[in-house]
Ligand binder design. Structure first.
Ligand code: F6P
Length: 419
């Protein structure tokens, strides 16, 4: 069996544990040095492959790669870049194959969400049709937790933990001030069109916090929402609202939208918290504070979920094993077998069924009134936030690794990347 090199890249919005998947891929490939030569990482995702801007991870020490396990964000840079269809830009695909051929790459590992699964699928299909078969394996990742056919997505459990912890802590703050000052705290969280992240705020309710969640899955009903907030403030003296950035009016328009779109055509969301807070102030007169968790939530490696970090590594590891077993166009998945005790096995799913599909919160994970989580939702969420996996600390700050990211010498002429 000839030794082939591997290509690994990170794609889409990064997470606090995507580098743990990178460590899983690279360390597993190193353990199979008889089959896999060097792992080349794409600088800034697929753009690195198009530009032949490859990073030689073989020059990183074992300690540096191991440190990726506890380092947030994307160690090699990520991108939001959608490959055009074959009809629209065949040159891009030919270029990828040229780069892979030039560097002896036979394994393609793409670490991302639904859009990236689509890229990975297209690369696998086209490499076949262009006579240079690659084993293309997608490594799941997205804080939005919206990939189908897997119980959960690496990155989500840690964001869920951050949101649950932050909702609890900020609510205790509001509770202390409520007699004379703030009565409503509004926390905006990410998640795009799916309410998985917002749902995690509901876990604070188990600690006695009056929480109202605004899910994208439930169209916003302003009078009902305001009545709910008013009732909670009258009863408890305060309340916390967790609003998903994807919350929207019955006509589909978002509570807040930034007005720009990314390469995949997704609207840039954000700004729902001040909109909601202002609504509360105008209708009910309560003093408020609001916060947008934004990148704080997806980068918070210091409070990552141990369960999430472990799965991120395992899925990276399994991706390499699947490739070595001869699999192509698949994604390793988490298959939950028990909620309590939490048990799961790693399975796999065909990429054509993963690409471009979004998985939303099932209605029965949401409470009947639409403003909280149900017992089923809680049973789903709780295992995913279990355990702490603290990074090492020095001088009061976490110790995170910055790789050397040595470039691989180019062998091909430059290529102009389509805007
Ligand atoms: O897709 C993950 C995600 O974090 C979404 O929750 C969020 O809407 C989006 O990425 C933000 O993307 P960007 O960092 O490109 O603005």
């Amino acid at each position: 069996m000839p030794t082939l090199n591997a290509f690994y890249a990170q794609s889409g919005g990064v997470t606090s544990v995507i580098n743990a998947s990178a460590a899983g891929v690279i360390e597993t490939a190193r353990r199979h040095a008889d089959r896999i030569g060097t792992v080349y990482a794409g600088r800034n995702g697929i753009l690195g492959a198009l530009a032949e801007d490859l990073i030689d991870t073989g020059l990183e020490s074992a300690a540096a790669i191991a440190a990726l396990r506890t380092t947030p964000a994307g160690a090699f840079g990520s991108c939001r870049y959608k490959l055009k269809s074959l009809e629209k830009n065949r040159r891009e695909y030919e270029r990828l194959i040229e780069v892979f051929k030039a560097h002896g790459i036979g394994y393609f590992f793409y670490n991302g969400g639904g859009d990236s699964a689509d890229t990975c699928f297209k690369v696998s299909q086209l490499s076949q049709s262009m006579g240079y078969p690659l084993q293309a394996i997608h490594v799941p990742k997205t804080i939005d937790n919206d990939l189908p056919l897997t119980d959960c997505c690496p990155g989500f459990g840690s964001v869920a933990k951050y949101v649950a912890v932050s909702t609890l802590e900020a609510s205790l703050d509001v509770r202390s001030m409520a007699a004379t000052s703030t009565k409503v705290f509004v926390l905006e969280v990410m998640g795009r069109h799916a309410g998985w992240i917002a749902a995690a705020g509901g876990l604070a309710a188990d600690h006695g916090i009056p929480v109202v969640i605004l899910f994208p899955e439930i169209p916003f009903d302003q009078p009902a929402f305001l009545a709910r907030v008013d009732a909670l403030v009258k009863h408890h003296g305060y309340c916390t609202v967790v609003v998903s950035e994807g919350a929207h009016h019955p006509d589909g328009s978002f509570l807040a939208e930034q007005g720009s779109k990314d390469a995949f055509g997704h609207a840039q969301l954000g700004g729902a918290a001040p909109v909601v807070a202002q609504m509360v102030k105008e209708a009910l007169g309560y003093k408020f504070h609001w916060a947008v968790a934004d990148y704080l939530q997806r980068s918070a490696r210091h409070i990552a979920s141990a369960a999430d970090a472990r799965q991120a590594y395992e899925l990276g590891q399994r991706a390499v094993e699947l490739a070595l077993e001869g699999k192509n166009a698949v994604m390793p998945t988490v298959e939950r077998t028990s909620d309590s005790p939490y048990e799961y096995r790693i399975g796999s799913a065909p990429l054509d069924q993963v690409a471009n599909a979004e998985k939303f919160m099932p209605r029965d994970y949401i409470s009947a009134d639409g403003y909280g989580i149900s017992d089923k939702g809680r049973a789903y969420l709780l295992p995913l936030i279990q355990g702490e996996d603290y990074p090492a600390y020095r001088d009061g700050l976490p110790v995170y690794v910055t790789l050397q990211n040595h470039p691989v010498a180019k062998k091909l002429p430059a290529f102009e990347i389509a805007k």
